[in-house]
Design a protein. Structure first.
Length: 727
């Protein structure tokens, strides 16, 4: 209160009196939370829209965890006024959708409704294939369905079943036909229907086959390799075509195509695999024979340490390989040939050698892809750096050339070279299948001699000792010892290696000395071993040698056993009944143990592990490795010619356009001569009455390719010869 004028709230001085009071105001909150707009409407494409927030309090935004189609809300919280951005994904469904955002703070809550339109989808329904065929025994086929709608199978014939009969969207429909027990072929159709759209499927099934002719006889494998088998059989009277089938280890039969000739070439076989083959004849429409009795064929390659590589080479193959002094005109090899049986080609490190690779073909011009590998480090593969030594892209009508330089640091010794020619792309060294032919060759690499061994002397105490020798060489090496108390972990090797040595404890009080002889590069290094005597005898077992490698024939080998305590010998390998151990127990020093083994009639090698152990628990294992019998087969083997049979030969081979059949007959008779390609398709046929002795029959105007000439005498004797027509 002032007597002079109206006072202000903060004025001091003058004639006035001031009093302060506390006032409590109830009701009328000042908190504010407003959202605008309260609804966001998105198209099917989604996108980003914004919501404004007016607030005097902290706030946050939340959505349901089920609304995953709302990609983001940014920011999801704030203080006072702000703007949030809502990001919505495209709607890929045919249904609209909605969600609610909740903005809350200081006890206040506001909602924002979000809606999104449905995707407009044009109904679509397609099925492939639209025509399916079944053999007389029935079976199943798969139809691929592309759809954006629900569909169902309608009008299915009674001899068909389908699974599933209805579904939605993309999927597969499996149609199964029952065996045809009628007397004729049958057909039908059905539709896959959805939303007014239909896909129509036509189905046919062959008539049942009737057994009306005799089964073929004389089924034989005329040529067997790593990856192929050529089959021949006798002609059936009245038959026009033939069909073969095969299976592996009693599995499901796989049926081949139908061909006219009495032979077939199966390629892309698995190496070292047992196959079972049969053949049947076709004598007319739906008229067949029973399948013939089976023959069993083992493909080659069981003892090859290198990876397999092969393919189909019916139309394009490796004709000739020339490298240094190697010159092999190999011709057609059915996809793979192992020529390591040829004389090994000598190469020297640091030298450069020319290489020429020539293709063969019987069809149109194509690109061919060449690669060559050499196993330089002799470890049984072609995958190490630098072992791919040649690569060219060329034509199947001309040779490719180049050079290969042998590195200076590779070890000397025997190794392998692999040549591959493929279609479509460059091959890897272990590729199989597709269009490819592969040939392997043996090489011998020589270099300047490098050979050292360290240390060259060992001075040891009387106890058991384990030592090592460092062998440095660029060649192969072998090691031996003149003492049975010195045990070598390896008797041979290639290149640099650490040789582990075990020296048995010295049971005598006298010192002893032995030698280890290591040979490499035509020289020998002597390592002297000196061991002190012991004050008391030790206990232990020593056996020399600890490994025997024997041939497939039966025989006996010996090991010298040196021990202190009683010992026993036992074979620990399964199926060890082919090895006899004598004696199999004993006590005392310097005993000779004999291992006698049976003949190995298998093509697979086998190993027996014989463990010598003493009463203290010490043990040493002796290994006996017996090789398998060879199962190599010639490229084409003709039936044995008896005195009453005729002899068939062809010349020249290879030839150009014309080949001459040379027939020797014990008596005049009519002979049927047929030329067919490797698919069995007949190319030319002649039936001639020939005289006793030599007869010459020409076949002219043959296109380049590989053919079989088959001659059939009046008494049913069959002779076959494989020949090549080159360009």
């Amino acid at each position: 209160m002032s007597i002079d004028e109206l006072p202000t709230s903060c004025e001091a001085g003058g004639s006035k009196e001031v009093e302060d009071y506390t006032v409590v105001i109830e009701g009328g909150s000042t908190a504010t939370l407003i959202v605008n707009p309260v609804q966001l409407n998105f198209t099917e494409n989604g996108g980003v829209q914004q919501v404004g927030i007016t607030a005097t309090v902290p706030w946050s935004v939340a959505k349901s965890s089920a609304d995953t189609w709302i990609n983001s809300i940014s920011p999801s919280n704030g203080i006072n006024n702000g703007i949030i951005s809502v990001n919505v994904a495209p709607n890929q469904t045919s249904l609209p959708r909605s969600a609610t955002l909740t903005v809350s703070g200081s006890g206040l809550s506001r909602s924002v409704t979000i809606t999104q339109a449905a995707r407009i989808i044009t109904p679509s329904l397609t099925a492939s294939p639209q025509q399916i065929e079944f053999g007389e025994i029935g079976g199943s086929r798969t139809i691929n369905i592309q759809a954006n709608l629900a569909w169902q199978v309608v009008g299915l014939p009674t001899w068909l079943t389908a699974s599933p009969v209805s579904a939605s969207g993309n999927g597969s429909l499996v149609v199964t036909a029952a065996p045809n027990n009628t007397t004729s072929a049958r057909s039908g159709s059905f539709e896959i229907r959805g939303n007014g759209i239909s896909a129509f499927i036509t189905v046919t099934q062959n008539a049942p086959l009737r057994i009306t002719c005799a089964s073929p006889t004389g089924l034989e494998a005329a040529s067997v390799g790593y990856a192929h088998t050529v089959l021949f059989w006798n002609e059936v009277v009245g038959a026009t075509r033939y069909q073969t089938r095969y299976r592996i280890n009693g599995g499901a039969w796989l049926i081949g195509s139908i061909y006219e000739g009495t032979f077939i070439s199966w390629g892309n076989r698995l190496p070292c695999t047992a196959y079972e083959y049969q053949v049947r004849a076709y004598c007319g429409d739906n008229q067949v024979s029973d399948f013939s009795p089976s023959i069993f064929v083992n493909t080659e390659g069981c003892n090859d340490i290198f990876c397999y590589s092969y393919g189909l080479a019916w139309n394009d193959w490796i004709q000739r390989v020339q490298f240094s002094t190697l010159d092999n005109d190999s011709d057609f090899d059915f996809g793979y040939a192992n020529f390591t049986n040829l004389s090994n080609t000598l190469l020297r490190t640091g030298q450069t050698y020319p290489i020429t690779l020539t293709p063969g073909k019987d069809e149109e011009s194509k690109l061919v892809y060449w690669r060559v590998w050499i196993d330089y480090n002799q470890n049984g593969d072609f995958g190490d750096p630098g072992e791919q030594v040649f690569e060219r892209l060329g034509s199947n009508e001309e040779a490719v050339t180049g050079t290969i330089t042998i590195p200076t640091q590779v070890p000397q010794g025997v190794t392998r070279m692999r040549v591959s020619m493929s279609l479509g792309d460059f091959s890897s060294p272990c590729a199989t299948g597709n269009s490819r032919e592969v040939e392997d060759y043996g090489l011998v690499i020589q270099t300047d001699n490098i050979f050292t061994v360290t240390p060259t002397s060992l001075n040891l105490d009387a106890g058991e000792n384990n030592k090592t020798l460092d062998i440095i060489t660029n060649s192969s090496w072998n090691a031996s010892t003149n003492r049975d108390w010195i045990n070598l972990a390896a008797a041979s090797g290639v290149g640099n290696q650490t040789l582990n040595i075990r020296i048995a404890s010295n049971p005598s009080t006298n010192a002893r000395e032995g030698n280890i002889l290591i040979n490499s590069n035509n020289s020998t290094i002597n390592v002297t071993v000196q061991q002190e005597g012991a004050s008391s005898t030790g206990t232990g077992v020593g056996v020399v040698p600890v490994r025997h490698e024997v041939t497939s024939e039966s025989g006996c080998v010996e090991s010298r056993v040196n021990f202190i305590l009683s010992w026993t010998a036992e074979c620990t390998t399964a199926n060890c009944d082919w090895v006899d151990i004598s004696p199999d127990r004993g006590s005392g020093r310097a005993t000779t143990v004999k291992f006698c083994y049976d003949t190995n009639t298998s093509t697979e090698s086998r190993t027996a592990q014989i463990v010598f152990s003493d009463t203290r628990g010490s043990s040493i294992t002796v290994g006996i490795v017996q090789s398998g019998m060879s199962n190599a087969a010639s490229l084409v083997s003709s039936p044995t010619v008896q005195a009453q049979d005729f002899v068939l030969q062809v010349y020249p081979n290879p030839t150009k356009e014309t080949v001459f059949a040379q027939i020797f007959l014990p008596q005049a008779q009519t002979v049927k001569l047929v030329v067919a390609d490797l698919s069995g398709k007949e190319i030319s046929r002649q039936v001639a009455h020939l005289e006793i002795g030599e007869n010459i029959v020409p076949f002219e105007e043959l296109k380049p390719g590989i053919y079989v000439l088959q001659g059939i005498a009046e008494n049913g004797t069959v002779e076959r010869q494989l020949f090549v027509v080159s360009e």
